[in-house]
Design a protein around this ligand. Structure first.
Ligand code: 3PG
Length: 402
């Protein structure tokens, strides 16, 4: 069920799980996309007179309080975006959280300290996680799941909590699922998937699943060198996953058998070291032994862009190169630019790709949708069951509200 199904929320304490896992440089947020994406649900609840407690994680502090992972700067940013001060509890389920929960006025918002300061949050032991979920539940009357980026995690504040309080999905989760459903159920064709990032092993599930569905699969980023090597080319000092060579070879054969166009770069930008110096462009089948590939080359970028622009549906996950360095940013920039020109649905999936497009100067509204979930959007496309969504469906069924 959604927030509208929760009835009158005035005076109710609503625990919202958001994904506020933003990149930080010290205490400075370098990309506030996830905070902005969390605002509509929080604002809606506050406007409805709810007493809003936001719970979220930052990084992976592994169950130990660590000031480097404090959500305090994020709470401040949330307050700026909401245009109203946001309270901050220095603990998640301790005395301060209880004091704030009890003192909240209708329409007020508070952020609880990083939920991953508590080992119960991520524990693999159901009982330990459940006990922590009980502590979280004691703070509120209702639960709203709005952290799309974390719905693939079976964690206390995402999964177990939904069985302890009346629960609903927030606007962000609803919007993300609606878009991803369009990709998995009825993509308008041609449907092109662009995959980058460093590892083939991170993308196995999604490639497996999409080979039967997409018309074009464009591969760039560090993972491409494993594919090039699988085709029999030397890749010099480039990133290589030897243990994935057979798998990459299998994908190349499978794509051919299923009539999917698997497109690899024909040229690459190389350099002698992992540094922004000495970049040259070489043919993808002639990478010198003392060089490493750090971006797709200009011919490949143009070819990728043409296929993308000619598509009706495009999903992109993973940068094409080391876009943080100017010499290796052009492949990612070309792909991003082409996505903005798609006459249809263009979806940027993933924390890295989202950060890349913003860092390269694009605006969110130039794309059909920028997903806040990296792992979550990939797992959704893989057809996997996402625990944070699954548990809400289950609890809905149990209430007879399917
Ligand atoms: C993400 O950054 O993809 C989400 O916030 C989930 O974070 P996690 O991979 O540490 O669970």
């Amino acid at each position: 069920q959604t927030v509208s199904d929760l009835g009158d929320l005035r005076g109710k304490r609503v625990l919202v799980r958001s994904d506020l896992n933003v990149p930080l440089d010290g205490k400075k947020i370098t990309d506030d996309g996830r905070v902005r994406a969390s605002v509509p649900t929080i604002k809606r609840l506050a406007d409805a007179g709810a007493r809003v407690l936001v719970t979220a994680h930052l990084g992976r502090p592994d169950g130990v309080p660590n000031p480097d992972y404090s959500l305090e700067p994020v709470a401040e940013r949330l307050g700026e975006l909401l245009g109203t001060p946001v309270l901050f509890a220095g603990d998640t389920v301790g005395a301060e959280a209880h004091r704030i929960s009890a003192a909240l006025q209708d329409g007020q918002v508070a952020v609880l300290q990083n939920v991953r300061y508590n080992e119960g949050e991520t524990s693999k032991d159901d009982a330990v996680r459940g006990a922590f979920a009980d502590e979280l539940a004691a703070l509120a009357d209702v639960f709203v799941s709005d952290g799309f980026g974390v719905v693939h995690r079976k964690q206390a504040s995402v999964y177990d909590i939904a069985t302890r309080l009346p629960a609903a999905v927030g606007e962000l989760v609803e919007a993300e699922v609606t878009v991803l459903k369009r990709l998995t159920e009825s993509p308008e064709r041609p449907y092109t998937v662009v995959l980058g990032g460093s590892k083939v092993s991170d993308k196995l599930g999604v490639i497996d699943n999409l080979l039967g569905k997409a018309d074009n699969l464009l591969v760039g980023g560090g993972m491409v060198f494993t594919f090039l090597k699988a085709q029999g080319h030397e890749v010099g000092k480039s990133l290589l996953e030897d243990d994935q060579l057979d798998i990459a070879r299998g994908y190349i054969e499978q794509a051919e058998a299923q009539g999917v166009r698997l497109v690899l770069p024909t040229d690459v930008v190389v350099a002698p070291e992992f540094a922004d110096a000495g970049a040259t462009t070489v043919a993808a089948d002639a990478i010198p032994s003392d060089q490493l590939g750090l971006d797709i080359g200009p011919d490949s970028a143009a070819a990728f862009a043409e296929i993308i622009r000619g598509s009706k549906t495009v999903f992109w996950n993973g940068p094409m190169g080391v876009f943080e360095m100017a010499s290796f940013a052009e492949g990612t920039r070309s792909v991003a630019q082409a996505l903005t020109e798609v006459d249809g649905l263009s979806v940027v999936g993933g924390g890295d790709s989202a950060a890349a497009v913003r860092q390269l100067g694009f605006d969110d509204d130039q794309f059909g949708h920028i997903s806040t979930g990296g792992g979550a959007s990939l797992e959704y496309l893989e057809g996997k069951t996402l625990p944070g969504l699954d548990i809400l469906e289950d609890s809905t069924d149990q209430n007879g509200n399917a």
